[in-house]
Write a protein that binds this ligand. Structure first.
Ligand SMILES: [Zn+2]
Length: 540
């Protein structure tokens, strides 16, 4: 058993000017709950979050039984029952564990983890057929970790049944049915004005409120991020890791409009999230196999890296520490292109923070950073933790060691799940020496302007600082010679480089001089257009 945090991702907290208070945002209790999977492989610290989305017909029947005649157990009671189940199972008290799981299933019928766990108990009790039946139910309710079904020792008896064997043979079909069910449910929720489009190559299913051209741009950029990740992160691991495997569950990529995003945030993170929606950029929930964001910039890149990283973890039955999860996924948030047009991670407002921490002597030692538990990482000064983790990944990337480190880390994960030993192995030197180099690297990071300063190149139009998720809206009638731009246009790219939020815009503008002419891409109502804009000198 393990007490590690669940696989439910943290939300990516956006940084906006009036939102510093939200960085300590507390998640609602329902989102914090995690649940143990019984009888996992000893090396497999997998936990699933308690909340899961039940499927189709099963969902309709998934109302708690006898809710009117019995008092509903409190959340604390459910957690206590879960803990007792884990303890009983570990102690071999299988009848006790089964009785507790029956109660949990009664009150949380849509939760596939309880059904999976009961299948394990039944299988160990020798009732292979009942175990197989329960496992089928778990899958119907959304359980999709086929590695666990194939290798969990507690399911040995169940795996002998034709029920489970034929289920494993048809696994691909089961996943296909599941994504179709998920898309149907999404259609019920979001309606006919959204796009519902599958990308079989990456096993992604898009649910998108944006127009078709915007969706095409998103899909193209996601493919580029995928390619970047395969070449720069996963290149050193076995070839299998670089393929999208038929065993990989489909992921729903939900890109809602603002109203639907707010409703989702409130539902997922509690009513308080309504006032914080500017701060929650989105999240990826590995249990639900869902990525949700309305930010087509840094957030979708970050969350999509979580998708790829979890796929990699799933194949190895590993769960990487939080600094790896968040540092790796933050790395490609801000990128530019090299001369060949390939993506390259660049300095950003996050590296500014790392630089500040280094210059003021507040940079955590790598050893401490790599050993922070998830709850502390996200509850105490999360932006500083993200900044340092991203800076460490950028450091590895600039040293040309990122793929080598990832390969070494995954190969030696059991010996050192913190990743520190792998840093020493690929970066040459003991940890203190590496830490000194990392601190030097942070101190020397060029500062990235976070606002358009006097004298900098500027578009010469007023822009709403709070982006729309898609881009930046022109908030006042342009006065000067600013090409064809008009009030209300949504600017999305400069010279083909995305400028989906204000920080991205400022960063991109720093690479041009006043007087230069650039091609600006924007959307005006349904039309996507481009125009030439001669950059102004800000403040002049
Ligand atoms: Zn993240």
């Amino acid at each position: 058993m393990t007490s590690r945090a669940g696989t439910q991702g943290s939300p990516r907290v956006l940084r906006s000017r009036n939102m510093l208070r939200t960085t300590s945002m507390v998640r609602t209790p329902s989102a914090l709950r995690t649940l143990h999977i019984l009888s996992m492989l000893r090396t497999l610290p997998v936990l699933l979050a308690l909340l899961s989305l039940p499927l189709g017909a099963a969902a309709a029947a998934a109302q708690p039984a006898d809710a009117t005649t019995e008092t509903e157990p409190t959340e604390e009671t459910l957690i206590r029952w879960t803990d007792e189940t884990v303890r009983a199972f570990a102690a071999g008290e299988l009848d006790t564990a089964a009785a507790l799981l029956d109660k949990l299933i009664k009150w949380q019928p849509g939760n596939f983890v309880h059904r999976y766990n009961l299948a394990c108990v039944l299988s160990r009790q020798g009732d292979a057929e009942a175990a197989a039946e329960m496992l089928l139910q778990a899958v119907e309710f959304g359980f999709s970790d086929v590695n666990l079904i194939r290798h969990d020792p507690s399911l040995a008896n169940a795996r002998e049944t034709t029920t489970v064997q034929s289920m494993l043979e048809k696994w691909g079909e089961i996943l296909d049915r599941r994504v179709d069910t998920d898309l149907e449910r999404a259609r019920d929720r979001y309606g006919s004005k959204y796009w519902y489009i599958k990308d079989p190559d990456l096993r992604l299913a898009y649910v998108c409120a944006y127009d078709e051209q915007t969706l095409d741009e998103v899909k193209a950029e996601i493919r580029e991020v995928h390619e970047w990740a395969m070449q720069n992160v996963f290149a050193g691991t076995d070839a299998d890791d670089r393929l999208v495997h038929p065993d990989d569950p489909w992921i729903l990529v939900i890109l809602p409009n603002q109203a639907d995003f707010r409703a989702w945030a409130a539902q997922t993170y509690g009513p308080a999230a309504r006032s914080f929606t500017q701060a929650i950029g989105g999240h990826y929930s590995h249990d639900e196999k869902q990525l949700v964001t309305m930010d087509l910039g840094a957030t979708i890149r970050h969350e999509f890296m979580h998708v790829l990283h979890w796929r990699s973890n799933g194949r190895r039955n590993q769960m990487h520490p939080v600094w790896v999860q968040e540092g790796l996924c933050s790395l490609i948030e801000d990128y530019d292109r090299d001369s060949a047009g390939k993506l390259v991670p660049v300095e950003s407002w996050r590296t500014n923070q790392a630089q500040f921490l280094a210059k003021t002597g507040h940079l955590l030692h790598i050893r401490d950073l790599c050993n922070i538990p998830r709850d502390r990482f996200t509850s105490s000064r999360p932006l500083a933790r993200y900044a340092q983790s991203r800076a460490l990944f950028l450091f590895m990337h600039r040293e040309g060691k990122l793929a080598e480190w990832y390969a070494h880390f995954t190969e030696h994960f059991r010996e050192d799940p913190s990743g520190v030993a792998s840093l020493e192995a690929v970066l040459d030197g003991d940890l203190d020496q590496i830490n000194d180099r990392y601190a030097d690297f942070c101190r020397a990071l060029p500062e990235v302007p976070e606002e358009v300063r006097r004298g900098m190149a500027s578009l010469g139009v007023s822009i709403d600082i709070e982006g729309t998720g898609e881009g930046l809206r022109i908030g006042a009638r342009p006065r000067r010679d600013t090409g064809d731009l008009r009030l209300g246009d949504i600017i999305t790219h400069i010279e083909g480089r995305p400028v989906r939020d204000y920080y991205e815009l400022v960063r991109v503008l720093t690479s041009y001089e006043p007087g230069q002419t650039v091609t600006v891409r924007y959307r005006r109502a349904r039309l996507h257009r481009e125009c030439e804009v001669t950059l102004q000198r800000s403040g002049s």
